[in-house]
Design a protein around this ligand. Sequence first.
Ligand code: TA6
Length: 301
Amino acid sequence: MTLAELNQRFGISNHLNFTEIAGGLIAAKIHNAHASASIALQGAHLMTYQPNGEEHVIWLSKYAKFAEGKSIRGGVPICWPWFGANATNAKLPGHGYARTVMWQVLETKDLPDGATFISFGLVETDATRAQWPNQSPVKIEMTIGKTLRIELITHNTGKQAFVLGEALHTYFHISDVAQMTIRGLEGCGYLDKVGEPASRTQKDGIVIESEVDRIYVNTTADCIIEDRGLKRAIRIRKQGSNSTVVWNPWTEKADKMGDFGHEGHRGMVCVESANAADNVIMVEPGETHKLVVVYSVEALK
Ligand code: TA6
């Protein structure tokens, strides 16, 4: 579908239009009475979300690379249909292929409360089927308003059950990592992926002073990112997710990745609503699985 056809069929005057961005990618740009957002069709990758009158909630690297088949550094990458390395074939892309393939727009609409709704469906190809032979149409629904709601919906239309790993790998914008504490995971067990993998238990709120890469398991709790610098808190509500991943690469890893910019990691933290490690999901034939998040900004108590 050409840009003109996209805008003709799915554009919403004054609220939603499609435009070409760097790397020849196409993005939906949304602006309504509550917020602004931008979403690349490749990966159905939400890149920015900013409630009117607020600082950005989602972090996007100034050094993000935009190219066909390349994941964008920042925003909300969709890790699907596995999280991390593929369990049986290390040659397959980390975090699955969903974030680097094309998704098609399914629906757009203005909602009565002034929010904007848009949904996408992953376009399966021989290349995706070669990595994942299951019949598992997947779509994502986003509601851009005073809050940001994202639903990742996986169907099993085949005759075989399959094991699904997934995450909304969300990069949140913070004033500075030294001004931040993450609440909600106190008492949770986690897999510490930094150095020799180890199982540990989180005692207090999470303060980040070096590389952190942790999969908190068996938790359905809200997380709250307290940002003393911006005098605000970001609340992360979730449903259908039993894992929460917390990640900051810190200086050395961020420099190696090459798309954070120098000290770029200080302005972000990933709090990912997931089903990973022991929490991967068995989806039976005929079943539908939904992973839902709602992000909102609150005053810092
Ligand atoms: O979610 C944390 C993590 O699994 C880290 O181990 C690191 O690999 C990060 O994801 C980013 O991965 P990416 O493939 O986007 O560079």
